[in-house]
Structures are given as C-alpha cells and as structure tokens.
Write a protein that binds this ligand. Structure first.
Ligand code: GLN
Length: 194
C-alpha cells in the first residue's frame, strides 16, 4: 500500500514524514502517471490558487477526478481542502469540485493568521493537535458529508465517503493520528478492491 502526496507546491515533505511515522509508505507525486502507483492521495496545504494553476498546467484535473471515481481515497488539508471543494465562496472558480462542500478562504481574519488548538475529531479518541495557518472554513456541507470536527461552531474537518478534508495542518505536529485515520481509509478501500 502506497500513499502519494501531490508535490506541485506546499507542505509536501511534512506529509510524507507523517505518513511514514504513522506506518505506511509515502511518495511525492509530480507527474500524472504516478497516480497509477498509489492507493491514496494527499493534497497538501500551501496556496490553493497556485496549486490549482499547476494542476491544470500538468493535466492533474481529470487524472485526479478519475482516481477519485475509482473510489481511491483523497485527503485535502488547508489549501488541499479548498482544491477538493465543489464551491468556493465569492466569485472564484472551484478546482476539482469533488466534495459537496462550500468553503471560505482565509476565514479566520487577519488577527488570527495562525494558531494552534486541540480538536475533538469523530472517530479519534483523544483530541488532535491542529495548526491553522490562513485557514479556510467549511461553510456548508451536502447530504452525503459527515462533519468530523468543529472549532467555535465552524466546520473544520469533514468526510464524504472516500474523501477527507481538514482546514488545518495535521502534518506540522508530532500527532499522526489523522494520518493514521486516512491510512485506515486507504487500507479498507484497497482490501475492498482486492
Ligand atoms: N490561505 C491559503 C489559500 O487560500 C491556504 C493556507 C494554507 O494552506 N495554509 O489557499
């Protein structure tokens, strides 16, 4: 079982380290052909407009949609969550449009550009350490989307079947349980596909 981290821009090395510490193999994905070698994909944080541009430039849009349509799990963190969303608040054109959520970018205001907190996440026993950096919020979720955590009543972690999204950066801490949760999603799907 192998997990890929989309390596166009953003916190790639940190996700690879967290996946490895959580006990699975991880590789950086720079070319669409590599999607054939992996069982799950992480889209990291960074800057969603830049990641979206590079995904279009290197033909990742349809390739990742087809990866997803095979039921293969995808985990988007921060900018990666924005890239997964069907709708972005305001006029901005959405990117992959895979997950039935509406997101607001940079939703925590200037005075709170970045902060850390402990979050209760459904399916994980003890609170998870989360680093928020110019983080997005999930404003609305569709019917098939399960809310896994909130911060001040705002949705910051959600799951829609094989898709997982977090507003924050779990890869910037020594807490690997959200990565372990994703690895479990990938393992279940890989078992199902035999
Ligand atoms: N603010 C960034 C964006 O809108 C996301 C920030 C992050 O990934 N840490 O793309």
């Amino acid at each position: 079982m192998k997990i890929g981290v989309l390596a166009l821009q953003g916190a790639v090395a940190e996700h690879i380290r967290s996946i490895e510490r959580a006990g699975a193999e991880a590789i950086p994905v720079k070319r669409v052909e590599q999607l054939g070698d992996i069982d799950g994909l992480i889209i990291p944080g960074g800057e969603s407009t830049t990641i979206g541009k590079l995904m279009r430039k290197y033909d990742f849009m349809d390739a990742i949609r087809s990866f997803s349509s095979q039921g293969k799990p995808i985990f988007g963190t921060c900018a990666g969550l924005i890239v997964l969303a069907e709708r972005i608040q305001g006029d901005e054109e959405a990117h992959l449009k895979l997950m039935d959520i509406t997101v607001a970018r940079n939703a925590f205001g200037r005075q709170r550009e970045s902060f850390e907190t402990d979050l209760k996440v459904v399916g994980i026993d003890e609170p998870v350490r989360a680093v928020f950096i110019r983080a997005p919020l999930i404003l609305e979720v569709g019917e098939g989307v399960e809310v896994l955590s909130t911060y001040n009543d705002e949705i910051v972690t959600a799951r829609q079947g094989h898709l997982l999204a977090a507003s924050y950066h779990p890869e910037l801490t020594d807490d690997y349980r959200l990565h372990a949760y994703f690895i479990e999603m990938v393992r279940e799907q890989a078992d199902r596909q035999g």
